[in-house]
Design a protein around this ligand. Sequence first.
Ligand code: SF4
Ligand code: SF4
Length: 213
Amino acid sequence: MSGVEVYHGHEDGQAGLGIKVVLPATVQDLLDAWQPLCDDQTIFKQYARGHHALCKGCQRNCCATAYVIPDLVSFRRMAEMLGMAYDDFVARYFQAEKLAVGLLRMVPEPCIFLQDNICSIYPVRSLICRFYLCTPLLGRTEQLIYKIAWSGAAATQIFAQQQGLVPAAGPGASSFDRLFLELLDEYRNSSGVASFLAARDYRDISLHHFLEE
Ligand code: SF4
Ligand code: SF4
């Protein structure tokens, strides 16, 4: 049977969450399996009240400090939900100094979409937001979700460059920014990024692009 299953495992003596993928499965299948974890009070969450609480209403919300470059499916959906043209969307919601170095980072600290500790664009938030959980993950699972999220972000960068939404990278990038630019470059020619560029929905993106051989 195809699909994605979340399980509790151990690695190097530490407990952690893992996922098991049976192909064919898509990014949407992974999201369907992952989403309940936000509402799961039985798992350990480092920053949650008492280490066991819902993510909703969290007082040490990860959205306060997140570095979010949205994946392309989310980028398109956010602009559509807000009823904005891409250039107006980028100018209003993305950090000017990061655009100047060629990075599409949403305005942070706190995230521009965080209102009263709740995400105001929750149904269309990006993969980076959907996957982040302050709980230990097994190594291969962590690698898989970061590979998906960064492939999606790299697709947004490429799309934005093609559409003329970001200027060519100028000077002034921090070491953190350079790390992201290098990472995005590393993914640029991958099949996963091509899949995000062609997709309109997470159901269109197969997980096989991101699984190790
Ligand atoms: S994942 Fe984020 S919202 Fe959820 S408990 Fe941790 S810090 Fe709070
Ligand atoms: S888009 Fe929503 S979930 Fe993501 S960092 Fe901003 S407020 Fe948090």
